[in-house]
Write a protein that binds this ligand. Structure first.
Ligand code: SF4
Length: 203
């Protein structure tokens, strides 16, 4: 069995459907076909989703979309994050997956991991093959030492990891990591789907 087939099988054992796509365009079409036009969708902040412009596409065809990156004020951002938790579907990226089928994320306020865990009835996780790690430890290492510093920089924070290029478990006010979450599986069948895309996506 090849590596991707093995990962898909390992997700299946954890009650998570996984599917492989050759390109971001392919996965974008899949999402548009899969999600009905009359339902609400929460969006987790993600460079991968931004590259797809999925929020704009879903919104343009009539879906109600809660995407905090469209907010123009802090209050609106807060409201969109809360409404995302009650959306029918949720689409997000992720910081890393392991070959065994773990999904690893580090969050600042925690709205993204909260929605992945509970609330929306369906969750789609889109992730590039660049974020596949051999083990859970390696996936956590990736989230902490690679994704977090780059996300901190993108968001305009300046924790020590940006300079040091590794996590030092800082306690600064610029810390961006307050929630390290490993999703190990799903209680409900058909709730979560992982779409693995054969591209380098996000950090
Ligand atoms: S805990 Fe601090 S040093 Fe570590 S990755 Fe997060 S922001 Fe960077």
């Amino acid at each position: 069995m090849d590596k991707i087939s093995q990962i898909i099988e390992n997700f299946r054992k954890r009650n998570i459907d996984a599917e492989y796509f050759h390109s971001l365009n392919e996965v974008k079409q899949k999402i548009l076909d899969l999600i009905p036009v009359d339902i609400s969708i929460g969006i987790g902040n993600s460079q991968t989703l931004k590259a797809m412009e999925i929020s704009q596409l879903l919104s343009a065809r009539g879906n109600i979309v809660y995407d905090k990156t469209f907010a123009t004020t802090k209050e609106e951002s807060k409201r969109l994050k809360k409404e995302s938790l009650l959306a029918e579907w949720y689409i997000t990226g992720s910081n890393a997956i392991s070959k065994d089928g773990h999904i690893v994320n580090i969050d600042h306020s925690g709205n993204r991991v909260a929605a992945m865990i509970y609330g929306p009835e369906k969750v789609i996780v889109v992730i590039g093959t660049n974020k596949i790690e051999d083990t859970l430890d390696a996936a956590i290492h990736r989230a902490r030492n690679h994704a977090a510093p780059l996300n901190a920089k993108r968001a305009g924070f300046n924790p020590p990891c940006i300079k040091l290029k590794k996590c030092v478990d800082c306690k600064t006010t610029d810390r961006v990591c307050y929630n390290l979450v490993v999703i190990e599986g799903q209680h409900l069948k058909d709730r979560m789907k992982v779409f693995i895309v054969n591209e380098d996506l996000g950090f």
